[in-house]
Write a protein that binds this ligand. Structure first.
Ligand code: ADP
Ligand code: ASP
Ligand code: MG
Length: 416
């Protein structure tokens, strides 16, 4: 007997028929002799619909009230799932995040799970029931409902897998695994049998929403066996595993993009110690997370004492960051504050980058061939990212996918 966590995403529970379908799948897993805990997202589009309602009433809605609102999406899903199971004669009980013992910190809208007390779930499993838990939500020390950030049901599933020492955490979604790039924008994308936690972490943080980043982090830290697969197909999906030696043979294993960032530039700030710190502390005090940073002093003699300073932030924080910088423009000594939300970040990821030279050169020449200009570049051990104009994002994904030979019929690119 195995203990299995099955998480179904919004598109997998988008209609009553689909809910009946996933209920059958969970029941089949239980009838095969397993203990099954199901985690559900809100029905497709529901979280967006609720957020839109809130924004029709308030420009900057209160985050506590927003959490009370958006958490209802998952509440609906689990109750419907339980009713569907019961109609099929199955023993099942639904739970909200707090009933499943999920405690978080106080950060409404992006709360982190601090602890999970799965006693109630264990009792239900012992009674031979399926337990179905609302994803994406928990409770803080005040007893208020919190949510974990977009895509947070993945994190609920992995956290429950840890707390219940599950044998596997199955993430059911609308694609049949992790692909070399988003299969919805590149028809040559190839499904991977396995991917390392580190590679998945990079892909998630760089825009591949198939797995939420925090869930991958938790999986890595606790060695959770994660299987990403299609909700309505029996095909095996992709296993997220510890890095294996042959993963380093290919320099690039995935391409991803993100349209959810914006860039700010402070023009002609003094090139002296403390300036970058002053700029970024204004941003960090507002709890805005900065991603790429570029500062480059012009080598020309007359420009030498000044520099332009650019950085990117999540698109959702763009307007606020611009306001903060404009308010501090004088104090920071910038001649202008420029903002650009017409950008995309495009990235290549692969554990093999560590020991292959020439990867960046190939990336840049592939983009140049398509006439795509690079505005910012950043690298880490296993990824290279570039900021480009938004309209080129999908073209760039396909060009890089081809250049690195990631497609179905291709051999991986030969690089030194
Ligand atoms: P769910 O609603 O099940 O949580 P998501 O929409 O969050 O599903 O994630 C699944 C989507 O992730 C896919 O439909 C696909 O468009 C996108 N995606 C992006 N990059 C990848 C990738 N490398 N492999 C698979 N899917 C990807
Ligand atoms: N319903 C939430 C969202 O749309 C959480 C999730 O689907 O994982 O982001
Ligand atoms: Mg998701």
């Amino acid at each position: 007997m195995a203990r299995i966590i099955q998480k179904y995403g919004g598109s997998s529970v988008a209609t009553l028929e689909l809910i009946q379908g996933v209920a059958k799948r969970a029941i089949a897993a239980k009838n095969a002799g397993n203990e099954v805990v199901v985690v559900l997202s809100a029905m497709k589009g529901e979280t967006d619909r609720l957020l839109k309602l809130a924004r029709e009433l308030a420009r900057d809605p209160d985050s506590r009230e927003l959490d009370n609102l958006v958490a209802t999406g998952e509440q609906v899903s689990v109750a419907l799932f339980a009713l569907a199971c019961q109609a099929m004669g199955e023993k099942v009980k639904s739970f909200l995040g707090f009933q499943a013992g999920i405690k978080t910190d106080d950060k409404h809208g992006k709360a982190r799970i601090e602890s999970v007390d799965p006693a109630r779930l264990r009792t239900e499993l012992a009674k031979g029931r399926i337990a179905v838990v609302a994803g994406f939500q928990g409770i803080n020390r005040l007893g208020d409902v919190t949510t974990l950030g977009r895509g947070g049901s993945d994190t609920t599933a992995v956290a429950l897998a840890i707390a219940l020492q599950a044998d596997v955490c199955e993430i059911y979604t609308d694609v049949d695994g992790i692909y070399t790039t988003d299969p919805n924008i590149c028809d040559k994308a190839r499904k991977m049998e396995k991917i390392s936690y580190e590679e998945m972490l990079e892909l998630s943080s760089l825009g591949a929403k198939v797995m939420e980043i925090r869930s991958v982090e938790l999986g890595l830290n606790h060695g959770v066996k994660i299987h990403v697969r299609h909700a309505h197909s029996p095909r095996e999906g992709t296993m997220i595993v510890m890095e294996e030696p042959d993963m380093e043979k290919t320099p690039v294993r995935g391409v991803t993009h993100s349209m959810n960032e914006a860039r700010l530039t402070l023009v002609r700030v003094k090139d002296e110690p403390g300036v970058a710190a002053r700029i970024l502390s204004i941003v960090s005090k507002a709890e805005i997370v900065v991603d790429m940073i570029i500062q480059n002093r012009s080598a020309a003699a007359d420009e030498g004492r000044y520099t332009d300073f650019s950085f990117t932030v999540p698109l959702s924080d763009y307007a606020r960051t611009l306001e903060l910088l404009q308010a501090a423009q004088k104090e920071l000594g910038a001649s202008q504050i420029l903002g650009d939300d017409n950008i995309a970040k495009i990235s290549i990821v692969g554990a093999g980058m560590r020991n292959h030279a020439g990867v960046a050169a190939l990336m840049f020449s592939a983009l140049a061939k398509e006439g795509v200009n690079l505005n910012m570049i950043s690298t880490s051990e296993i990824k290279i990212s570039c900021v480009i104009e938004k309209k080129y994002a999908e073209l760039a994904v396909r060009a890089l996918h081809d250049a690195f030979g990631l497609g179905e019929a291709n051999e991986p690119a030969k690089i030194a």
